[in-house]
Design a protein around this ligand. Structure first.
Ligand code: PNS
Length: 163
């Protein structure tokens, strides 16, 4: 039987944006299965709890059988090994993303040479999007419609008091 090709797409997703959704959908077109993993990163002070971030992702991808959602702590390459992923998926927006992503890809390769990093490009109309910018705009009362899934938009409005 042919081995299932699994891709791993990890991030903070605080919160998931339509840019993330675009990358995950592109990855789902390339892999048999995509695991989206929310990093439990105690170093950052997130706006949304890991459980809230998982709930957003579960809702967005509820109709996608080929996508599963999880959370993790520790090294990403260890999660890749544990879920049987051959590739780590990273989204690239602009050249500015590349330098750090390149460093991480080579470090991950050093940690586990069996796992490749695959870079996917977002749609041009999402190239300016980031979770932190969306949060800032929401906090300052700006319009975030179309930038994040609707459930995230509602939660952001509630959290920032701009409902
Ligand atoms: O959405 P983010 O915050 O840019 O995601 C970064 C993330 C979670 C993918 C990255 O920090 C990561 O891989 N963390 C897991 C810990 C790890 O493996 N660190 C070594 C990376 S070379």
């Amino acid at each position: 039987m042919k081995e299932e090709r699994i891709g791993l797409y990890a991030g903070s997703f605080d919160p998931v944006t339509n840019g993330h959704v675009d990358i995950a959908r592109r990855a789902a077109g390339l892999f048999d299965h995509v695991v989206i993993a929310v990093a439990r990163n105690p170093g950052k002070s997130p706006m949304f709890s890991v459980e809230e971030r998982l709930a957003f992702l579960n809702e967005v991808f509820s109709n996608c059988e080929d996508v599963s959602i999880t959370s993790f702590s520790g090294l990403l390459v260890n999660l890749a090994r544990d879920v049987g992923a051959k590739a780590i998926i990273k989204g690239l927006r602009a050249v500015s993303d590349f330098e750090f992503e390149f460093q991480m890809a080579l470090m991950n390769r050093r940690l586990n040479p069996d796992i490749e990093t695959v870079f996917l490009m977002t749609d041009a109309d999402k190239a300016f999007l980031s979770s932190s910018l969306v949060k800032e705009v929401a906090q300052l009362g700006g319009d975030i419609s179309g930038l994040v899934p609707e459930s995230v938009e509602r939660a952001l409005r509630k959290k920032t008091g701009s409902a």
